[in-house]
Design a protein around this ligand. Sequence first.
Ligand code: ADP
Ligand code: MG
Length: 229
Amino acid sequence: MKNEILRTEKMEIVSQLASSISHEVRNPLTVVKGFLQLMRDSNLPPEKRNEFLKISISELDRANSIIGDYLAFAKPSQERQENLCINVELEKTVEVITPLANMNSVTVKVHSISEELFIKGEKQLLQQCLLNITKNCIEAMPKGGELTLGITRNDNDILLHISDTGVGMSEEQLKKIGEPYFSTKGEAGTGLGMMTSLRIIQSMGGSLKITSQENKGTNFELCFPIVKK
Ligand code: ADP
Ligand code: MG
């Protein structure tokens, strides 16, 4: 099953999202503020206090995820495009993601390439993109598994392969991936991570291919033009 994604019409919706997202972050903050005010009451029974604390923490977690998945995107582009060494960038991602993988019984494997290869982009955006994708992979393996990252090349392009041995996606889900707010994770999901990643890949002149098999796993293939130095 293959799904090539470069759907500009979906991207247009995205520009209208900023205001709705700040709204979404504000909601949990308002809830937390309300509970904090209630907790001022010194006669509050301890079990109520605990309940309010629990809700407040989960609301703050939610605000944090929304900001986390969306951060790079919400920031105005700073036109800081530079030549990025893909080998170095991949290593950085691995460094950041490994602790999270370990916590979830996921083994990380890396197949780098000896040749130093460069692509054009903004460092922080590329990291956000790779982080959103690898985080999803880890989340797709609740019982643990393998996260594999690799680089290959052809004449003009660098191919970045990211794969997991997780739950996979149905054809229907695969079609929806990258749509703003599409998530199968209920309360825990934001549905903003893949949209942000796609947007970033697109801004770098790249493309994304996803193949997935339910209960087997998912492969992401990111393709970026090689910068001739
Ligand atoms: P979120 O992770 O908050 O749900 P994303 O935009 O990051 O939002 O991902 C959207 C949806 O795409 C996920 O909810 C999940 O259904 C699907 N998805 C993304 N990556 C994977 C993966 N590696 N394996 C299985 N499903 C995935
Ligand atoms: Mg995600």
